[in-house]
Write a protein that binds this ligand. Structure first.
Ligand code: NI
Length: 419
């Protein structure tokens, strides 16, 4: 993933890599990045918001560069280095780095410091060639050993940063031999060394559970494109081809009658990783039906979609957005409405609805469109290209609401802001 954002006075450029099947590592990376972005926003009196990353690439302000990338994968352990470097408004620069250890068996994440005995600095052998001055110096000036790569052979590779003159920051590296390193390792360090030497490198257990990559919509600007009233035998496959080409996952609110008529297309939607919502069986105004009538519309649609794709939707959208308290009680699922209405069915013209969506969209928005009209399909290339250029990651409804519980009978239109 990558992100460019204007946060306070700074342009922040971040790049990082999630590891599929390691949610502990991925959420650690999210918290770390949000912490840095919030800190950058604090002097100007705010918190980081994904809106700061929309159309942020053009800024030429002094910047902060942030990265988190795997530097070693051995045995059952992945080592990730987190780096921050920046130039202040006064031209001074600073850098820091830390390594973290993701245990692919337990899913836990450990900091490099946990691998070393607290008194490891004292144990640092004077004879270790090239020990960075910043580390080997007087105790008062000793920085934490934060960037340490323990190799499968038991060596410690240490990186230290110290400010240098002229707006630079020097990086020093040292290697501690396996023999000398042994005395420095904590119990955790010895355990980690054993795992680094493990012969098998098992695939993370949950890697195959979902075709969707991890995304955090508090961090990157997200939008959820939703398509109602299908599946349609002609237009829905065309849309699926565009979404695949653009690497976008979206949400399809299907009517039960169309899912029953086109089960193979419903299945293609699900197999491509898109989300499916219940849009009633016959597309009535639910506000004009009895509670039993609403239940019947919902149940028949659940049955038709379950027959086609193997499971029933966990959320719904009332036709026309028409819902009152009685409908909210009767549907038995969260109601997903929208923050941006393309009115694609009204204009039937991409030159009208594409600019409308681009003008109204904000991070976290659910966008309403319809995949049953050829003119809607005709505008998707342009719409998606523009949104991606602006910095949006396009996600499904469950992804955009991740972390916010969706409650049956409640209405949702966009992701709530992080508090
Ligand atoms: Ni509809």
């Amino acid at each position: 993933m990558s992100l460019t954002a204007v946060v306070g006075a700074h342009q922040v450029k971040a790049s990082w890599t999630y590891v599929d099947g390691l949610p502990g590592l991925n959420s650690h990376l999210d918290s770390w990045l949000l912490g840095i972005l919030d800190a950058a926003a604090t002097p100007s009196g705010g918190r980081y918001r994904p809106a700061m990353a929309v159309n942020a690439s053009q800024s030429a302000n002094p910047g902060l560069t942030v990265s988190a990338q795997p530097v070693q994968a051995a045995g059952t352990v992945i080592v990730v280095r987190e780096k921050v470097s920046g130039t202040g408004a006064d031209g001074t620069s600073a850098a820091s780095s830390e390594t973290i250890y993701a245990d692919t068996v337990s899913g836990e994440v450990h900091r490099a410091a946990e691998l070393l005995r607290p008194e490891a600095l004292d144990a640092l052998p004077a004879r270790a060639a090239g020990v960075p001055a910043g580390i080997a110096g007087p105790a008062a000036q000793q920085p934490a050993l934060s960037d340490v790569v323990l190799t499968p052979s038991g060596e410690l590779h240490i990186t230290a940063h110290r400010p240098a003159g002229g707006g630079r920051s020097d990086q020093e590296k040292a290697t501690i031999s396996a023999g000398d390193a042994e005395a420095m390792l904590s119990d955790m360090g010895r355990k980690m060394l054993g795992q680094l030497q493990a012969a098998e490198s098992p695939a993370p257990a949950t890697a195959a559970a979902s075709p969707l990559r991890h995304v955090n919509c508090d961090l990157v600007p997200c939008a959820a494109l939703t398509y109602d009233d299908g599946p349609d035998a002609r237009t829905t496959p065309q849309l699926l081809a565009i979404l695949k080409e653009k690497n976008v996952h979206a949400t399809f609110f299907m009517t039960g009658s169309n899912a029953a008529s086109n089960p193979a297309i419903a299945r293609q939607v699900a197999e491509a990783g898109h989300a499916i919502g219940n849009h009633t069986f016959s597309h009535p105004y639910l506000t004009k039906l009895s509670a039993a009538g609403v239940r019947s519309e919902m149940d028949r649609t659940d049955a038709a979609i379950r027959a086609a794709v193997g499971s029933a939707p966990s959320f719904m959208r009332p036709p026309y957005g028409a819902a009152d308290a009685a409908v909210q009680r009767a549907v038995g699922k969260p109601l997903i409405l929208w923050a941006v209405d393309s009115l694609d069915w009204q204009s039937k013209n991409p030159a009208v609805f594409v600019p409308k969506v681009l003008k109204e969209i904000t991070p976290g928005a659910v966008v309403l469109m319809h995949d049953v009209d050829p003119t809607t399909i005709a505008g998707q290339q342009e719409l998606i290209t523009n949104l991606q250029t602006q910095g949006y990651t396009l996600v499904t409804v469950p992804q955009i609401f991740e972390g916010t519980p969706l409650v049956a009978g409640h209405v949702y239109r966009s992701r709530p802001e992080r508090r």
